[in-house]
Design a protein around this ligand. Structure first.
Ligand code: AMP
Length: 396
């Protein structure tokens, strides 16, 4: 795997695909600069080698239009502050202006291009557009994991114009290593915790990871489809009736592969989908009519704790309850605490995909697990076993 460390950028222009798709407030100030911080090490490496950096990114979904609020010029100062170098900006990403700005760039300097998605050719993966981008740099670095699952011009197609001169940035390399650790090279026992709302959105992940894990903890809203399929009463809990057979099939496959499946035995049930609802702890298969399971119960959490603390590799995707409401966040917080403890004891823990990152950040666990993935969709597709086009393009 070629990474940025395999290259010396002295006198070279690095064309870097970063993910600067950051949230802006109404005054167009950056409200969360995590993604800019995450790109910093790769940019600094290029500059310290004695090269220059041409940064390209998308921001929002302008769909081929020049939407002024989605201009990358709004984040230019923030990037300058974080990198510690005054970043130059050009209000186009291809054409004369971009070529001139990139051509004038001196070693040690940084140029930020205008939003790639002002051109619909970007998301269409247009080869001609990618070739124009490619003209702006000598070496291509992909450091945008969040878009690595898209075969867009700047994330995938552009790589073909850099034979032998393309590599992963630090961030992307880290993501690849973290996923690999869980999916193939992790120390056993390996445990996957899958929560969230629906079986249907996680089914491909479950099927893929059954070959890789020793323990599978199923939690959250997904649980009830399994419990109902097994003949339990789930009251008004969330359920995908058409997925019941699939749920039974998963359990059969898990058994055949020797994977131990752990599901809640008790739940915190509520008489409404509301933070102020009345609640009671009930057995998972005996939820009364008019009540719905919204969090894992204490007995379930004890059971999960034992499994997590005995694990050496842990993957966490999806909350075990409706963590957005305080009354039903305890289970998810407890899971975070167990994973934190296991990590402190030497386990490798990866959190990622969809809402898990929001939960981890909300409860302050991001520094207590081994790795928090920056890419929601890209992470999910990796866990599904797909080869991401942005990664394949560097490897080819
Ligand atoms: P996902 O994006 O699939 O990981 O799902 C995350 C969502 O699942 C969160 O918004 C949670 O509120 C929701 N969720 C977790 N447990 C339950 C539950 N028991 N009932 C309904 N929704 C749930």
């Amino acid at each position: 795997m070629k990474t940025i460390d395999d290259y010396n950028f002295e006198g070279k222009k690095a064309l870097i695909r970063v993910d600067f798709n950051v949230p802006l407030d109404a005054d167009l100030n950056v409200t969360d600069a995590t993604r800019i911080e995450a790109a910093k090490p790769s940019i600094i490496k290029v500059l310290e080698d004695g090269g220059s950096a041409v940064l390209m990114s998308h921001l929002g979904r302008p769909k081929g239009q020049r939407v002024p609020e989605m201009s990358l010029k709004h984040i230019c100062e923030k990037v300058s502050d974080i990198i510690g170098v005054q970043v130059k900006f050009v209000d186009d990403c291809i054409g004369e202006k971009a070529i001139t700005a990139a051509g004038n760039l001196q070693d040690g300097e940084i140029l930020l291009l205008e939003n790639l998605r002002y051109y619909e050719e970007e998301t269409k993966g247009d080869v001609g557009f990618a070739e124009q981008l490619a003209a702006l740099g000598d070496i291509y670095i992909n450091d945008a994991f969040g878009t690595a699952h898209r075969a867009h011009a700047s994330t995938t197609i552009v790589a073909q114009f850099f034979p032998g001169k393309k590599c992963f940035g630090y961030l992307l390399a880290q993501e690849i290593k973290a996923i690999d650790k869980v999916m193939s090279s992790g120390e056993k026992p390996v445990t996957a915790i899958l929560g969230g709302a629906k079986v249907s959105s996680k089914i491909t992940i479950i099927e893929n990871i059954l070959d890789k894990v020793d323990h599978l903890i199923i939690g959250g809203g997904m649980t009830y489809t399994f419990i109902k399929a097994k003949g339990g009463s789930i009251g008004d809990s969330i359920c995908e009736d058409d997925k019941q057979e699939l749920a039974l099939d998963i359990l059969k496959k898990a058994e055949a592969k020797g994977v131990q499946v752990h599901m809640p035995t008790d739940v915190l049930a509520a008489d409404a989908f509301s933070n102020d609802a009345n609640t009671q702890v009930v057995a998972v298969g005996s939820i009364p009519e008019g009540w719905q399971g919204l969090d894992a119960g204490p007995e379930s959490l004890e059971q999960f704790k034992k499994v997590i603390l005995a694990s050496k590799t842990i993957l966490w995707n999806g909350p075990v309850g409706v963590f957005e409401m305080e009354s039903f966040a305890k289970g998810t917080i407890a899971m975070g605490n167990y994973i934190e403890e296991a990590t402190a004891n030497g386990a490798f823990s990866l959190v990622g995909g969809g809402d898990s990152v929001a939960a981890v950040k909300q409860f302050g666990f991001q520094d207590k697990v081994s790795y928090v993935s920056t890419g929601g969709g890209a992470m999910l597709e990796s866990l599904e076993g797909k080869t991401l086009p942005g990664i394949a393009a560097i490897l080819s």
